[in-house]
Ligand binder design. Structure first.
Ligand SMILES: *[C@@H]1O[C@H](CO)[C@@H](O)[C@H](O)[C@H]1NC(C)=O
Ligand SMILES: *[C@@H]1O[C@H](CO)[C@@H](O)[C@H](O)[C@H]1NC(C)=O
Ligand SMILES: *[C@@H]1O[C@H](CO)[C@@H](O)[C@H](O)[C@H]1NC(C)=O
Ligand SMILES: *[C@@H]1O[C@H](CO)[C@@H](O)[C@H](O)[C@H]1NC(C)=O
Ligand SMILES: *[C@@H]1O[C@H](CO)[C@@H](O)[C@H](O)[C@H]1NC(C)=O
Ligand SMILES: *[C@@H]1O[C@H](CO)[C@@H](O)[C@H](O)[C@H]1NC(C)=O
Ligand SMILES: *[C@@H]1O[C@H](CO)[C@@H](O)[C@H](O)[C@H]1NC(C)=O
Ligand SMILES: *[C@@H]1O[C@H](CO)[C@@H](O)[C@H](O)[C@H]1NC(C)=O
Ligand SMILES: *[C@@H]1O[C@H](CO)[C@@H](O)[C@H](O)[C@H]1NC(C)=O
Length: 823
């Protein structure tokens, strides 16, 4: 046994591969569009053959693909499949045992395919099938033998198509208890009586029998007869009943006491309708809508039970052959409700109207009525239709409101009038309406203004979707007012509608509304005012949010989403209910006043603080100093001229309180010097000095600072009379400051300050902010006014020397300390 074991393995693999290759499963594409409930939707997948899906699939939808055949293996293993759809493929061949594995299949849809022959072997194992659809395949008959016999549980069956020509007895044998049967037999030419019988009890039978109805009515009768049971609903589609003969098959249904027949896509002539009603002979009464005509059983031969006549979307093909129901006159006495909607009615002749003696409700909406034909319909307003309570001519071509009001004026029971969706553009000043009118609908017209034409008896008025921009007519009985879709800028004044409960003003041009607007409405409960261009002011937002929460009597019933801000820009599109406005925006006045108040307070505090810190004084000083500097510069520019300006020897700076000393001692002593008593010979009388005193020499009318400055400019020296009072005086401080400025100003070389201390004052007594004075006091020596008589002569001498010295002896002067020179 020399073969190594992997040889065996290779052989096995090869075999396996070959085996797989030969397996057709490999060539089939797979579809993995299955959801968690194992429903596989392989619809519209472009498959040309049945794709593989998981064996556990419960639903398989293969509709709208290009599958042409179902082979014997395609569905193997799908024992769990409950529903299979092959609708809309090109299947022309199905292997006889293709469906055999589907033993739990309940629904099978093979409609819209190319099956030209039905094979009974397909269904042999489908005992569980409940629903089978074979519509629209090109088979002309159901095949040889009973195809459906194995389908013992079948409940819904659909078959037929344009190609179906023949139905034979036995075709449906074995099918005994259907709930729904649909047979598309428009082209049926051969029918063996009884072919569709015995499939009862049926809930619903849908038949397409256009060909038989047109060609072989006895065939149609036979088909109808076989499926007509009292409990069965008969649906007839695509019918064309034009001649009296076409109506004959219904005699069969009438005799079989069918309760309900529904027509879909039904073309009928007015003659045929009469025939139909005759044939039915009161068996049915009219209910339902076209194209779904529905007749229901009434008491036999009792047309009186026809209460309502309703037609909608009826297309009148040959208008000029239309006999306006006059042939139905035997019926027209009875109905109290007639609706002929969207059926191209352009007139209902007065003769017809006169027949409708029991009419209470007439709906001719969405037709082609004009003012003229309306006059014919209402017999020129003579009060025919005297029982009429509601008239609906919405959606016609009416234009004159006064014509309309005249036409209905004599309808003494009319309460409802719907003339909406017409061409009314003008409202006359006065109209005559029946006194009973309660409901008036003129919505979707083109009215631009309203007048007292509106009857005061109205309880419901709909004027929505016009072009109104105001609404002022008082309507005391009104309960409902609809004004949506107009151009109102504000709510109508509530005082005119004391009974109003409902008001709709959506889609207008309202910017805002509020409690003040609503106060007038005493009974308003329901307001709809959304879809307007709201300006989201604080008041409005606040009001609306509380209204939306249900605060107050008025309820906004159109939902919070309808209320959207249009401005301001940053809130555009924002639902009002969600807008949050800041406090600043909402209480602007309060905010401004509070902030102004705060600013004022801060200002006052700052002022107090500054005052406490003498900031004003510093500022004044600074300003004066700048002026001084400027004027000194100007003077310097003028050059020599300034020398000539000097007209005083000294400017005396003193406090007003020290005026006594200055006037009594200083001035006499310096300006009018006496000869010295002791030695007149040795001492000649000193030269009188000229002093500048503010009291005496300041120019009246000039600003004091200017005066001070010019005085100092024009004086050679400045004498400061220092005392407690001096320190307290503002002006003295200025003077001191100017002089100091001059003192250090290089160009003012010849000038200097002289300090006279009137009372003992140490540097420490001077407040800190007079730093200049303190500096002067520390750097300059000063003359001290002696309290005793003895020292005074010396004092005066030294002072005189200091003030006038410069003139007497041309000694060089130290600008900072002149006093020292006179020691
Ligand atoms: C399957 O998918 C198609 C589109 O691919 C869709 O139209 C159809 O409704 C789906 N069917 C079901 C049952 O979900
Ligand atoms: C009815 O059959 C004829 C011929 O048998 C065919 O021409 C016609 O198209 C069929 N009608 C319909 C609606 O398919
Ligand atoms: C009408 O149909 C019946 C029943 O199928 C048949 O016996 C009869 O020959 C048909 N008539 C015509 C004119 O085709
Ligand atoms: C209505 O019936 C006509 C034949 O009478 C048919 O041509 C048309 O396709 C049908 N329409 C619908 C929507 O079924
Ligand atoms: C059908 O109408 C014709 C005249 O158009 C009439 O001679 C015939 O008797 C009517 N048939 C029936 C069954 O009413
Ligand atoms: C309806 O049928 C009854 C008999 O059942 C008959 O007396 C009556 O005249 C018929 N009415 C019409 C309008 O054909
Ligand atoms: C008329 O038919 C409609 C639809 O089938 C049904 O809902 C309604 O109850 C019927 N009206 C009467 C009065 O039977
Ligand atoms: C009148 O007819 C229109 C359209 O069919 C309908 O919307 C309206 O409610 C009707 N009016 C009355 C009062 O029934
Ligand atoms: C008024 O008529 C319009 C259009 O026919 C309709 O939509 C509206 O509901 C009617 N108004 C009232 C209050 O019935």
């Amino acid at each position: 046994m020399g073969q190594p074991p992997d040889r065996h393995l290779a052989l096995l693999l090869l075999l396996l591969l070959w085996g797989q290759r030969s397996n057709p499963e490999v060539r089939r594409p797979s579809c993995d569009r299955c959801d968690r409930r194992l429903a596989c939707n392989c619809s519209c997948g472009g498959w040309t053959c049945v794709p593989t899906v998981t064996d556990r699939a419960l639903t398989l939808d293969l509709s709208f693909n290009y599958i042409t055949a179902v082979t014997g293996d395609d569905l193997t293993g799908h024992g769990a499949l409950g529903s299979l759809s092959l609708h809309g493929n090109k299947v022309s061949a199905i292997h006889p045992s293709a469906f055999d594995p589907l033993w739990s299949l309940e629904e099978l849809d093979l409609s819209d395919n190319q099956l030209s022959v039905l094979d009974h072997r397909w269904f042999l194992r489908l005992g569980a099938l409940r629903e089978l659809n074979l519509l629209h395949n090109p088979y002309s008959r159901l095949g040889s033998g009973a195809v459906f016999r194995p389908l013992v549980r079948l409940r819904r069956l659909r078959f037929g198509g344009p190609a179906l020509e023949e139905l034979k007895r036995g075709d449906l044998s074995g099918v005994t208890e259907l709930e729904e049967l649909t047979v598309d037999a428009n082209n049926l030419t051969r029918y063996e009586a009884g072919a569709l019988a015995y499939v009862w009890p049926l809930d619903r039978v849908t038949l397409r029998l256009r060909g038989p109805f047109l060609g072989n009515t006895s065939l149609a009768s036979a088909v109808l007869g076989d499926v007509s049971y009292p409990e069965t609903q008969l649906v007839l589609e695509d019918l064309n009943v034009m001649r009296n003969r076409s109506a004959q098959p219904f005699r069969e249904t009438a005799s079989r006491r069918v309760r309900k027949i529904t027509f879909r896509n039904f073309s009928v002539s007015d003659e045929a309708i009469v025939d139909l009603l005759m044939v039915m002979n009161g068996t049915f009464w009219l209910n339902g809508t076209l194209p779904q005509f529905q007749w229901e059983r009434a008491k036999r031969t009792d047309h009186k039970s026809i209460d309502e006549f309703f037609m909608r979307n009826v297309v009148v093909l040959k208008v000029f052959h239309f006999a306006s129901f006059l042939e139905l006159s035997f019926l027209l006495h009875y109905p109290s409700k007639v609706s002929i909607i969207n059926s191209q009615v352009f007139v209902m002749p007065c003769l017809t109207s006169r027949l409708l003696v029991n009419l209470q409700y007439l709906d001719l909406s969405d037709n082609l009525l004009t003012d003229l034909t309306m006059m014919e319909t209402l017999c020129n307003g003579d009060g025919t239709l005297k029982g009429l309570r509601a008239l609906n001519v919405s959606g016609n071509a009416l234009k004159s409101l006064s014509t309309m009001s005249q036409q209905v004026a004599k309808l003494s029971k009319l309460t409802h009038l719907d003339i909406s969706r017409n061409g009314y553009s003008f409202m006359p000043m006065g109209c005559t309406w029946p006194s009973t009118l309660r409901y008036l609908n003129i919505s979707r017209a083109k009215l631009t203004s309203i007048t007292p034409c509106l009857p005061v008896t109205l309880e419901v008025l709909d004027l929505s979707y016009n072009d109104l921009n105001r609404f002022t007519v008082p309507l005391p009985a009104l309960r409902e007012l609809h004004l949506s879709g107009n151009k109102l800028l504000r709510l109508p004044p509530g005082g005119r509608f004391p009974n109003l409960q409902t008001l709709t003003v959506q889609s207008n041009t309202l910017n805002t509304f509020g409690p003040a607007d609503l106060r007038g409405y005493k009974r308003l409960q329901d307001l709809q005012a959304g879809q307007n261009k709201f300006v989201c002011s604080c008041d409005f937002v606040h009001f609306l949010r509380s209204a939306l929460r249900g605060v107050g009597d008025v309820h906004l019933t159109d939902g919070a989403e309808s209320y959207v801000c249009d401005s301001p820009l940053h809130l555009q599109g924002e639902p009002v209910g969600r807008v949050r406005l800041s406090v600043v925006a909402c209480h602007r006045v309060l905010f401004v006043s509070v902030s102004c108040g705060a600013a004022l307070l801060v200002g006052v505090l700052a002022c107090v603080l500054l005052w406490r810190l003498h900031a004003f004084w510093y500022l004044k000083m600074m300003w004066a100093w700048l002026r001084a500097k400027r004027s000194s510069r100007r003077r310097r520019r003028d050059g020599e001229a300034s020398e000539q300006l000097l007209s005083y020897d000294a400017f005396v700076s003193y406090s007003e309180r020290d005026a006594g000393w200055v006037e009594n001692f200083l001035v006499p002593e310096l300006e009018e010097p006496r000869d010295n008593d002791e030695g007149a010979t040795t001492h000649r009388a000193p030269r009188p000095l000229t002093l500048c005193l503010h009291k005496r020499d300041f120019l009246p009318g000039h600003w004091i600072v200017d005066n001070i400055m010019s005085a100092m400019e024009r004086s050679r020296r400045t004498v400061f009379v220092l005392s407690e009072n001096f320190v307290l005086s503002d002006w003295c401080r200025y003077e001191l400051d100017f002089s100091h400025f001059k003192l250090f100003d290089g160009s003012a070389g010849g000038e200097a300050a002289i300090l006279v201390l009137l009372e003992p004052l140490s540097k420490e007594d001077v407040p800190k902010r007079f730093c200049k004075l303190r500096k002067l006091m520390s750097s300059n020596t000063y003359l001290e006014w002696p309290q005793r008589e003895e020292g005074r002569a010396e004092f005066w001498r030294r002072l005189r020397c200091a003030v006038g010295g410069g003139e007497d002896d041309p000694l060089p002067r130290d600008p900072s300390g002149l006093l020292t020179l006179c020691r």
